[in-house]
Design a protein around this ligand. Structure first.
Ligand SMILES: C[S@@+](CC[C@H](N)C(=O)[O-])C[C@H]1O[C@@H](n2cnc3c(N)ncnc32)[C@H](O)[C@@H]1O
Length: 261
């Protein structure tokens, strides 16, 4: 009977299934509900080959704002514990932009707004794992949320990257960037504040240019600035952009600055 061999058993960790973030300097190993899954808080997910592929998601209280806790305009100084420049991202998806940008600009406070519960929860978990203090996320419909909770003239930059294009004509009324929503979007910007937009959809981009031109008395077109969190060769550093770069799609950008009126 050989004694110098370790039996390979079905319970060995055999697969690193996903690497979605670079490792922070300290790693924490957290054990989650099913004994089959060990998850490194760093962003590595390691599965036993007999285990399930489920990721344990946590809505970190330090990261999420809950609509039911809000009434009236947000007090950013209270939320972030300081009075700094505030940027909003509409449609944060899986939070890729927020996680990189919040680290690249620690002097700025970021609030992400995401409607889809699945993506909101994923992003909240991801931001929480990084222990970021200058970012929050809320699950809400952006236009309603801005109208009800963002103090007029309080935002330095609105990031709107790859908003849903709703390609069918009968669905165009669902597009975020349309004339009917411009008052709310412009209203939350401070004078000199910016709106930065990117889309791969040519038809939607043409509509966005028209809408921007129609608000020309309030918005001037300026050069698009790549966010600091974007990597080499990227314009925005979001998940969708990365996918579209791989697909070699054309990406259109537009930046607008709020005029003094
Ligand atoms: C095409 S994805 C882009 C996600 C991300 N910006 C990126 O580039 O990877 C559009 C995102 O906007 C979200 N969204 C769509 N309508 C929204 C709304 N009214 N309010 C907030 N988020 C919305 C969707 O759920 C989706 O996650």
């Amino acid at each position: 009977m050989p004694t110098n061999r370790v039996p390979v058993r079905a319970t060995l960790v055999t697969l690193v299934s996903e690497i979605y973030l670079p490792l922070p300097t300290t790693s924490r190993l957290s054990y989650n509900a099913t004994p089959k899954n060990w998850i490194l808080a760093t962003g590595f997910r390691i599965l036993e080959h007999t285990g399930t592929m489920k990721r344990t998601i946590k809505e970190y209280d330090t990261i999420v704002l809950r609509p039911e806790d809000l009434s009236g305009h947000l007090d950013f100084a209270r939320i972030f514990g300081r009075q700094h420049s505030v940027h909003l991202e509409i449609g944060s998806g899986k939070g890729t932009f927020l996680v990189h940008q919040a680290q690249a600009q620690p002097e700025v406070d970021f609030l992400g707004i995401e409607w889809a519960r699945k993506y909101y929860r994923y992003a909240a978990d991801r931001l929480g794992r990084w222990g970021l203090t200058n970012v929050r996320i809320i699950r809400a419909d952006a236009v309603t949320f801005l109208a009800e909770h963002i103090p007029p003239g309080s935002i330095d930059c609105l990031h709107i990257y790859f908003p849903d294009p709703w390609p069918k004509k009968r669905h165009h009324k669902r597009r975020l960037l349309q004339q009917a929503n411009m008052g709310v979007l412009i209203g939350c910007l401070r004078v000199g504040g910016e709106m930065r937009i990117a889309t791969d959809h040519a038809g939607y981009f043409a509509q966005i240019e028209d809408v921007a031109a129609a608000s020309g008395d309030q918005l001037e077109r300026i050069a698009f600035t790549r966010p600091a969190g974007a990597e080499e060769g990227e314009l925005t550093g979001t998940n969708f952009e990365r996918k579209y770069i791989r697909d070699q799609r054309t990406i259109n950008t537009l930046a607008l600055r709020k005029r003094e009126t």
